[in-house]
Every structure is written in C-alpha cells, then in structure tokens.
Design a protein around this ligand. Structure first.
Ligand code: WTA
Length: 648
C-alpha cells in the first residue's frame, strides 16, 4: 500500500559493515536472538576500551526487575572517557573531534582529539579541585558550547554522575532536578546565545539555587561576557580555574554498572523522573548504533543538530560519535537563523556527510520553500536522519527529494530517553525505506505489539509497542525510585518493557509509530507531561481545574490544548491567559507553551470523579463526533459545552 524506496547506490557503496545488506542484518539479528550474551560481549569488546574486559553478558530479566536493576557486563571495569578520548589519540590525535558552529554563520571552533583530551583532563582536575568526587552528582545547565560536552566528559573522567538540564528549563524546574539528584555542583555559563538572543543561564541558576545548601560550587563558563551576579565562595570562573590545571588526569576506573548520567524526562504522572544510564552498557549501545545506523566512515563529517540537554545530544553528539572516533558537530544556533538556509549553508561549508535532525525542523524549513536549500551545495551528504516524533510522509519526501536530491538514504530513527540509543530504524546501506516508517528493529531489539486485552498481536496489526528482551543501552532505574521505574515500564505487560507508544506493523514487518498512548505530549520533539502543565496551570489563583491534551499541529507535530475551569467569580480574560502563560514559563520553561486555551464550565468526569481524558483528546483533535462511550459521565451537559466551545 505504501511506496518503497530502494537504497541509493552511493549509500550502499563502500560500506564494510556486517549490516550493510538486509541479509547481513537478518544474520546478525538471528545471532542476537540465539546468543545475545555472546553477541553483545563481542560488540562491547570491539567498541569499548575496558580496563578489565567483561566475561558476563546480561544478568536479570524483565521478570526479575522488580527485585533490582538489570546488569550488563557486570564484571567489566572501564572509564568511558578512555574509549571516547584516550583510545583515539594514537590513530586520530589530530583529527577534529568537535566541530563547533556558533550562533553566527561561520563562527567556528575546532578541537582535535588531542586538544579535547587535554581540555577534558584539565576540567576534570578543576572539578576535583572544587571537591567533586566519584559517585557525586553535577548538574550541567549550559547552551550548545563545546564546554558542555567537555563538562560531561570531565564528570565521567572522575566517576561523577552528570545530569544535563536543557537550557530552556526554568529556575523552578532546575531546582527540582538539583534537589532530586542531590547535586553537589552545577556547571553553567554566563549566557547562552541563540539567534542573536541571549539566554540568562547564570541568572536562572542563581535563582534555582537560592537557599539550596547542597550545591557547594558553581563553575561558570564565560560565553558572552554579559553581566552576572556572583556568589563568593560558591561561584568559580571556568577561565580562572581550568587553564591552570594539569592536562594529565588519570581516569577513575569504575564498574560497568556505575551510573554515567541521570537525565530527567517527562512521563504520564507527577514530576519528571531521573532516568539512569550506566557506563558499560550505555556506551556499547551508543557506539554500536551510531556506527551502524549511519554506516559511519572514517572521513565522515557527522552533524546531529540536537541539544545536549536531551538524550539525542548525549548519545549522538557526544558519547556515540566520540567512542567511534568521529568528527561531531555542535551547533549553537537555530535552523532559521539568520534564515531558513542555515543547515544547508553548514552542510556546504563543512562538507557534512551525515545529517541528523527532527521532523519539526524539516516541516518548518519545507514551509519556507526549496530556494533556501537548493542555493547550497549538498553533494557531500550521504545519510539523512530524523528523530523525536513521527515524521509525516510529505516531510519525509521533501527531505529525501529536495535536501538529499534522491542520493541519500533517510534513517527515521525511533527510540527514547529510556532506550539509550536507536531501537527501530533503517540501517543506512541496508534497509529499503517507506516514508513515515521507522522500518525494522536494531539487532538485539525485539518489539512486540500488545492489544487492549494484553494479548500479543502476531503479524500485521496495531497495538501498544513493547520490547521483550533487554539490551545493553536500556535505562537501569529511576534515580532514587526503583519502584517508579518498575511501575512505569514493567507492570503494564509483565515481562516486557512498555514504551508508551502506539505502533502499527505492516505485512513486511515494518513498524510505523503512531505516537504516545499515555499522557505524554511531544511538541516539536520536546517530550512533556500533561500533568506538568496541569500542575502549573492550577497554581494560578483564578483556576479551579485544568485538563491538558495534545492536538495535531502542522509544524510542531503536536500542540498543547488546555481546558480551564475558573474559580467562581472569575471570567475568562486576556489577563488570565497571560497569567497562565507565565505560570507554565516559570514552572517548566520557555519551551512549555499552551497553544490553545478553552475555558469550560467543568471537566468531563465519571461518576467516580475521574477525568475522562479521551473526551478532552477527541474534542481537541477536532473529532467531537467520535467521543465513544459516554454512558459513565456524571454530567453530560459539560461535554455539550466543551464541544460547542471547541477551539479547533
Ligand atoms: C517519540 C527522543 C516516531 C516517541 C529520542 C518516543 C518518535 C518519544 C521517534 C521519546 C520516531 C522518538 N518516530 N516517534 N522516529 N523518535 N519518538 O525520550 O513517542 O525525548 O516515545 O527521546 O519520542 O522521546 P525522548
């Protein structure tokens, strides 16, 4: 029923990967089914530099997970920075590791592997001098500067656990994360730069840390030279402490299951949870998937234009590419600054070969017309990736036809913060593609579709996407809350990891992600919980209740639709809307914006008082005629009012 795209010749040619053909993929997949331990141990030994090589594969299973985290390579010891840095010195010391493009076009900095190694060691020594120790946590709240990656690696060098917080989050959101992980240090910068606008990162950090006693030191990188307040004895300038350190810093050797980082992500309920990834398994999976999905070549210029504040930046800007000795781009600015040609201008100037972005950017740029693309030379491109949300076939075709001139393969990569790395995706030289499908699972990933009755769907069908066997890159736990980890991912379908996504499988076994089936919404590839919005909105005095859902949005994928019930005595007004906006901004961040408000007399509830979110969703999706069974409604007149006043 849908078109199939064959792999362009130049993508197939010159690949020496065992996964370079579909037959190769099948053979490897079979091995991962029959001998997962043997397979992953081989990958781990090939791709990661160990201090003590592991002899053990997986310990535990999705059945035993309530009793304690799963382990991979448990008897191995390592320091991930030795794979990312030291291991590359001999053969690639002068190769560019990080290619940074700043806010202004052509504002470029490069760090070779040798330079990056030295800088990470100096920074690690500085962190030690500031008192940060093995196992302690450091929050990184920065923009897209090389120092963000350096800070991550410097933490890892000394065994400290980093938690990067996206620079768009507010002071309150930052404080929640500082508290939850018990951070001892924060690493930030004076200001971020994006599209000529400055982002007051140090100021927000100061606000977040007011009264917080746990954070002893704040290391501040100077990016813009803008004015900042200074807390004596706590704040330290990067340029005053880092350069004077020795560039020799022996890596602290840790066990494979030592936590590498915590990354907070939104779920259905409550506050974001701190997803924990550990050193050995995560790095193995990051390096393996990065090398194979993109079919990495030694002379590639690889550009992932995500932000290090999200998992994509962790795995596919920093850890995967550096473990593979690649040249990885870090991009500080926006796709539309100074105009919609910025990405392709960079492709031309840097001769980028692999380019990885999100559907929302593709849609926004496609809407600006082809001229911004065609005026630049894109002949260097070989692989084009997308991630973060379902890509609609129109946007896919535009990426393929216009950006890639039909010469590149598109890899639509499905994965999650929790999976650590790409889980369902084409392998660039091997997998024929279908616009809108993430195609086939990675070796070692065994997807299962479950129906509404908890039964496994075989063959073609649509259901809830689960994965039935562990892989090294999977999250191990939620920081300080293993029961929440178990309840969120492993209780819906015993013995399986539940992704929260809906998915269809076609007759060719291709997977088509349909979007979240829980109360997570995905706005421009940013994952947000409706519960977080609701808690911000009800904090406004005028508001009695709030119900938030996603609705289809042509550029952002999903928009945010908020139903607001006001307290008696209040009338809807622009002033109240402004207050609601401000509440989301201060409690979550600048990227948390409600697109549509509808003031309603009440929320649709069952007689037992449970909000019927399905009704809120259907109305916001413009399908008020498909509300389904409403017989349990306490007050049908509420629904009539909601339908009558719908904003779509
Ligand atoms: C969605 C981002 C369709 C999905 C790496 C998932 C996708 C959530 C795709 C995870 C894709 C990610 N096609 N949907 N290629 N990639 N998603 O944790 O709903 O920020 O569950 O990780 O994004 O978002 P997260």
């Amino acid at each position: 029923m849908s078109e199939i795209y064959d792999i362009p010749a130049r993508v197939r040619e010159g690949s020496d990967s065992p996964l370079a053909t579909l037959d190769g993929w099948r053979a490897v997949r079979e091995r991962t089914a029959n001998d997962p331990d043997g397979f992953w141990l081989d990958v781990a030994k090939r791709r990661v530099k160990w201090h003590r090589e592991p002899t053990q594969g997986l310990e535990g299973s999705f059945h035993t997970i309530p009793d304690g985290p799963i382990q991979w390579f448990a008897d191995g010891t390592l320091n991930v920075t030795e794979s990312c840095l030291d291991a590359n010195l001999a053969t690639r010391g002068d190769k560019i590791a990080i290619l940074w493009e700043g806010d202004e076009p052509g504002q470029v900095r490069t760090l070779t592997y040798r330079e990056l190694h030295a800088e990470v060691c100096r920074t690690a020594n500085a962190l030690k001098a500031l008192g940060l120790q093995n196992g302690e946590r450091a929050i990184i709240y920065m923009g897209m500067v090389p120092e963000a990656a350096i800070a991550m690696l410097a933490c890892a060098r000394i065994g400290a656990i980093h938690s990067v917080v996206f620079g768009g989050f507010s002071a309150e959101a930052l404080r929640d994360r500082v508290r939850d992980c018990g951070a001892q240090a924060v690493i930030t910068q004076d200001e971020g730069m994006r599209g000529k606008r400055t982002i007051p990162l140090k100021k927000v950090t100061d606000e977040a840390l007011e009264g917080e006693r746990g954070v002893k030191k704040v290391l501040v990188y100077r990016r813009t030279g803008g004015d900042v307040d200074w807390v004596e004895d706590r704040d330290v300038w990067w340029h005053e402490i880092v350069p004077e350190q020795s560039d020799d810093c022996p890596a602290v050797i840790v066990e494979a299951e030592h936590p590498l980082f915590i990354l907070y992500t939104s779920g259905s309920t409550g506050k974001p949870k701190g997803v924990v990834h550990t050193c050995g398994g995560y790095l193995t999976y990051a390096a393996y998937t990065h090398a194979n999905v993109f079919d990495l070549r030694e002379d590639d210029v690889y550009a992932c234009v995500a932000d290090v504040g999200w998992i994509t930046g962790h795995t596919y800007i920093v850890y995967g590419p550096l473990a593979n000795g690649a040249t990885t781009l870090m991009f500080e600015s926006l796709p539309t600054y100074p105009d919609a040609g910025r990405y392709w201008d960079m492709v031309e100037r840097h001769r980028i070969t692999v380019f990885y972005t999100a559907p929302t950017a593709i849609r926004a740029l496609a809407a600006q017309g082809d001229g911004h693309v065609t005026k630049y030379d894109r002949s260097s491109l070989r692989v084009l990736g997308t991630v973060g949300e379902p890509i609609n076939p129109d946007a896919w075709r535009w990426y393929y036809d216009v950006v890639g001139e039909k010469r590149c393969n598109i890899v639509d990569t499905w994965w999650q913060t929790e999976t650590g790395g790409i889980s369902i995706s084409p392998i660039a030289p091997a997998t024929p593609t279908k616009p809108g499908s993430a195609t086939l699972p990675m070796p070692g990933i065994f997807p299962v579709l479950m129906d509404g009755d908890g039964k496994r769907i075989r063959g073609p069908g649509e259901g809830r996407l689960c994965i039935e066997f562990s892989w090294p890159g999977q999250a191990r736990t939620v920081w300080n809350d293993h029961p929440r980890f178990v309840a969120t991912y492993f209780q819906h379908y015993p013995g399986m990891y539940f992704t929260g996504d809906g998915c269809r499988r076609d007759a060719d076994g291709y997977y088509w992600i349909t979007g979240r089936v829980d109360d997570v919404i995905n706005v421009s590839g940013h994952r947000m919980g409706t519960a977080e919005f609701e808690s911000a909105l009800v904090s406004v005095d005028a508001v009695a209740e709030a119900g938030v859902v996603g609705y289809p949005h042509p550029i952002k994928g999903q928009g945010v639709y908020a139903y607001i019930v006001l307290q008696p005595g209040y009338e809807p007004s622009d002033a109240i809307e402004a207050e609601l906006h401000a509440a989301c901004r201060t409690q979550i961040g600048a990227h948390a914006k409600v697109d549509l408000y509808q003031f309603v007399p009440g929320l649709p509830k069952t007689r037992s008082g449970k909000v019927m979110r399905r009704i809120l969703r259907k109305v916001a999706e413009g399908e008020p005629d498909k509300l389904g069974d409403v017989s349990t409604l306490a007050d049908p007149s509420v629904v009539a009012a909601i339908v009558a006043g719908a904003k779509v």
